[in-house]
Design a protein around this ligand. Structure first.
Ligand SMILES: *Cc1c(COP(=O)(O)O)cnc(C)c1O
Length: 387
């Protein structure tokens, strides 16, 4: 159907044409960064912007953090690093957590991005590149202090540290490691990893040290070293998501992301009516149902069938039946005044990211990185500098 020519086109920013509205509050991001700088007590605060800044948009996020004085950014992959360097220009260091695939060294060098060196073969390749260019290159070494994922195993690190020429051609700029259980402050692995990191890092020449992600930053001063690496906390996720955090208690960070969706249709069904694919739910009484145009294709995973919720005017509207690809059915029995076009809150002031994650049986990280491309995204900066 053609759009009638008298319809205003391109001038209706509030018209929802997709799954709903996704708002990223850059002022809140900035306040979170400042809060982390304060909590870091003198340690530098890097910005972890891997996976498109956890789905929020790596470029606007990094640009905002640069203006706050952030000079180090971590991404996961070389492709992300190159794209970020092109967008940012400038002098901020951009580090690739996963390191490089063999043969990618020259590309990284030309883009001015630095790989995290996780294995002896990566160190050897980076040294060969330095030799070819007749230039000392920055070296960032990751130690595996107990997580068994990335980084030099203790025996390789010990061997390397014992070589007098093991880092020839390189300028060691950072020695780092990563905590497996930093979101659980009482877990004994934290102390064990801290001790292992201290011991092994101490064998290397003096360089900045870094151990803490968001959770680690809040484990106390011993964990902060010279540089901390928060990701999820920047974006409003709880550094230590306990049972209370999901209901909005105990998270020192401010919400950055809001997701709202419009009601597309309302109906009243009699007791016994089947609801959604597979009839995983039947109306146990006459029910008022509202449908919204958001589904698993937008990041509201099917695991939230019959257990997720939206919020409207302080009222919780439970997901009933299966989450479909493009729609979710809400129980609006207790919201008799809800109308088509009304916006319900999927993530926002009344429905925290961690609450959504808990209902979905996952973590805030996965909710954020799953946010789909069909939301109309807007970046707002209510406290931003105006020209
Ligand atoms: C993802 C990641 C971070 C950031 O973790 P958060 O828990 O989001 O703060 C820090 N360091 C490394 C090595 C990572 O992979």
């Amino acid at each position: 159907m053609a759009i009638p020519s008298d319809m205003p086109q391109g001038e209706t920013p509030d018209v929802v044409t997709g799954a709903g509205r996704l708002t990223v509050d850059l002022s809140a991001l900035r306040r979170n960064y400042r809060r982390l700088v304060q909590a870091a007590q003198g340690a530098a605060v890097a910005g972890i912007v891997k996976a498109d800044a956890y789905g929020l948009g790596a470029v606007p996020v990094a640009q905002t953090l640069v203006r706050e004085g952030c000079t180090s950014f971590f991404v996961a992959q070389l492709g992300e690093a190159i794209a970020l360097r092109e967008a940012l220009g400038g002098s901020a260091e951009i580090l690739v957590l996963n390191g490089l695939q063999p043969g990618a060294e020259e590309l990284a060098y030309r883009a001015g991005v630095t790989p995290v060196l996780n294995a002896l073969h990566q160190i050897a390749a980076w040294r060969r590149l330095a030799h070819r260019h007749g230039q000392r290159l920055p070296a960032v070494i990751q130690l595996d202090s107990g997580m068994s994922r990335l980084g030099l195993p203790p025996e390789d690190a010990a061997w390397l540290a014992a070589q007098s020429d093991g880092l020839d051609g390189l300028e060691l700029t950072l020695v780092m490691s990563h905590l497996a259980c930093a979101d659980m402050p009482d877990h004994p692995a934290n102390d064990a990893q801290l001790n292992t990191f201290r011991e092994i890092a101490g064998r290397f020449p003096p360089a900045r040290r870094s151990l803490a992600n968001s959770g680690g930053l809040f484990l106390g001063p011993d964990y902060r070293f010279d540089l901390v690496r928060p990701g999820v906390a920047l974006y409003g996720g709880a550094p230590h998501p306990g049972a209370d955090v999901a209901i909005g208690v105990g998270n020192p960070m401010e919400a950055v992301v809001t997701v709202e969706a419009p009601v597309t249709q309302l109906r009243t069904v009699p007791a016994g009516a089947g609801i959604g694919y597979g009839f995983t739910r039947r109306a146990e009484r006459p029910m008022r149902l509202a449908t919204i145009p958001v589904g698993y294709a937008d990041g509201w995973h099917r695991s939230q069938s019959n257990c997720g919720a939206a919020l409207w005017q302080g009222r919780r509207l439970d997901f009933v039946g299966r989450v479909s690809m493009d729609s979710i059915i809400l129980d609006a029995t207790h919201a008799p005044d809800l109308q088509p076009g009304d916006m319900v809150e999927l993530i926002g002031p009344g429905r925290s990211l961690d609450a959504v994650a808990q209902d979905a049986g996952t973590i805030s990280y996965e909710i954020l990185t799953s946010l789909g491309s069909r939301f109309q995204r807007r970046f707002v900066d209510p406290q931003g500098a105006r020209p």
